[in-house]
Design a protein around this ligand. Structure first.
Ligand code: ADP
Ligand code: GLC
Length: 484
């Protein structure tokens, strides 16, 4: 029985539109909370790819002007669950990515594009847009950050739904100049340090953090870290001030989409009892990445190529990795300077380092199924999903000790190995010494085949399904409903 309705609003949702882990989480949440009596409806922008992918759509609301442009709210079904789409051609009907054009330049009107999404989300949740009122509005990241503000400053502020603001990444805050405020159609009162104003402009994530009834982030570790300037990126004071509203709920993974026993993207399916079958995937990777064949350790990377992900540090250690007999298969896209550095390393080590620039979901699965260890040297990582997929696929995660990485991987230190509890390698500091040392430790562990198997199996036995997190989100929604 479902007795509590939640509207989840975000700029991405797998498999319709994805640039990172946010999409995976938004895509998986409805099924995660359903067993706990929560009916979750997703609400996303009608990008061309989304409009094409969704079948029958029903118009539930029309705006003559949504922050200045006509728009419609459409209802459809996806994966057997309800989904709402904001069809606003002036904001979304353009080819390119959700945030940037094909050249990687941010759309000039990103503030307005996502303010419109947030405004419509608040209307829907409050029952002002042709649908029944929702109990809770769950906003993800800066793109949805104004949604709690539109509820607080809405005409039915006293009877409004409760709101949750989830921070998937503090580094992106959606900050726009003072002029932008006039476009938002918010009352004057919202232009204040207690509202959406932030350092003389509009802070979209700031608004959500300030005005939501609850704040979550995607791991307990990151929830602690963002209270400090190094990770809070300017919002640490606000976070500390609202600490009683903050919790960390670690992401789960979709265990149907990411199951090595049934994954159609693999050359060989396997379980913890048939790890030898992984060899077929390793051979396939060698072909795909132009690597010389071999049984030595094959490291993988699946990542945005950015400073956050420590990809500059990775470039520095590649000679060391190859010197130890390792090979690397990397899939990623991002900063041009990092791509150039990777290509240079691949040029120095033909057959040992293979680079694929681009975004390829199938290849990401094959890398998890065929690689021996996945490297994740992030400087900060709110949760991280690739280490969870690595654990599920016997691709041992080698991770920086930060945020969700620290919360989800058990370092193969002496005690953890002796207890059979180790699931990966953790390291710090996140620099040349830290990462090169971690790679040395990984290669040594790999050479002890029995110990390596135990680490792989412990990882595969760990439960990273949504069961616990789904329970935690459901409990949060219930608390909020009770309080409203
Ligand atoms: P973030 O969201 O910060 O990029 P996460 O680890 O939470 O990091 O999620 C990244 C998601 O995007 C994972 O599902 C990962 O497999 C996927 N991914 C990242 N880069 C690529 C790529 N180049 N090709 C395919 N999938 C990718
Ligand atoms: C962000 C974070 C990542 C997290 C993902 C989903 O992209 O960078 O750590 O896993 O959101 O919550």
């Amino acid at each position: 029985m479902t007795d509590l309705a939640v509207l989840s609003v975000a700029s991405e949702c797998w498999p319709l539109v994805k640039t990172g882990g946010l999409a995976d989480v938004v895509g998986a949440l409805p099924a995660a909370v359903a067993p706990h009596g929560i009916a979750m409806t997703r609400f996303i922008p009608g990008y061309p790819a989304v409009m094409r992918a969704l079948g029958r759509k029903r118009t539930v609301h029309k705006y003559a002007s949504l922050l200045g442009s006509p728009a419609r709210i459409l209802a459809a079904t996806h994966d057997g669950r309800p989904i709402l789409v904001l069809d606003a051609p002036a904001y979304y009907e353009r080819e390119g990515g959700p945030y940037a054009d094909a050249m990687g330049r941010d759309w000039f009107d990103n503030g307005l594009r996502f303010a419109a999404l947030a405004r419509a989300a608040a209307d829907i949740a409050a029952g002002r847009a042709g649908l029944k009122r929702f109990d809770v509005l769950h906003a993800h990241d800066w793109q949805a950050g104004l949604a709690p503000a539109y509820l607080v400053y809405g005409e039915d502020a006293l009877t409004r739904p409760a709101s949750v603001m989830t921070i998937h990444n503090m580094a992106f805050q959606g900050y726009f100049g003072a002029d932008f405020f006039a476009r938002l159609e918010l009352p004057r009162a919202a232009w204040s340090i207690d509202g959406v104003e932030y350092h003389g402009g509009v802070g979209m994530l700031k608004a959500g953090v300030k005005l939501a009834d609850a704040i979550t982030t995607v791991s307990p570790g990151y929830a602690q870290e963002i209270k400090k300037p190094e990770f809070g990126m300017g919002l640490e004071g606000l976070i500390v001030g609202r600490e009683d509203r903050l919790s960390g709920i670690v992401n789960g993974i979709d265990t149907q989409a990411w199951n090595p026993a049934t994954d159609a993207a693999l050359a060989g399916n396997f379980t913890a009892d048939t790890l030898d079958m992984r060899a077929a995937n390793k051979r396939e990777l060698e072909r795909a990445f132009g690597l010389e064949p071999g049984d030595g350790p094959l490291f993988t990377v699946i990542s945005r190529l950015t400073w956050q992900k420590g990809m500059d540090v990775l470039i520095e250690v590649l000679d060391h990795l190859v010197g130890l007999g390792g090979r690397l298969a990397l899939l990623g896209t991002g900063d041009a300077a990092i791509e150039a550095g990777l290509h240079a390393a691949a040029g120095r080590h033909p057959g040992r380092i293979g680079i694929r620039i681009g975004y390829d979901e199938q290849l990401a699965h094959l890398l998890q199924g065929g690689g021996d260890a996945i490297l994740i040297p992030s400087r900060f990582e709110p949760c991280g999903l690739t280490q969870l997929y690595g654990l599920a696929y016997g691709c041992v995660p080698v991770v920086a000790r930060t945020g969700g990485l620290g919360d989800t991987v058990i370092d193969a230190n002496f005690a953890a190995l002796a207890a059979g509890a180790a699931t990966g390698i953790q390291f710090s500091p996140i620099n040349y010494e830290g990462l090169s040392d971690a790679i040395t430790r990984t290669v040594r562990l790999f050479d002890d085949a029995a110990a390596w198997r135990r680490v792989q199996r412990s990882g595969m036995a760990a439960d990273f399904s949504w069961a616990q997190s789904g329970h935690d989100y459901a409990a949060l929604y219930r608390r909020l409903k009770g309080a409203s």
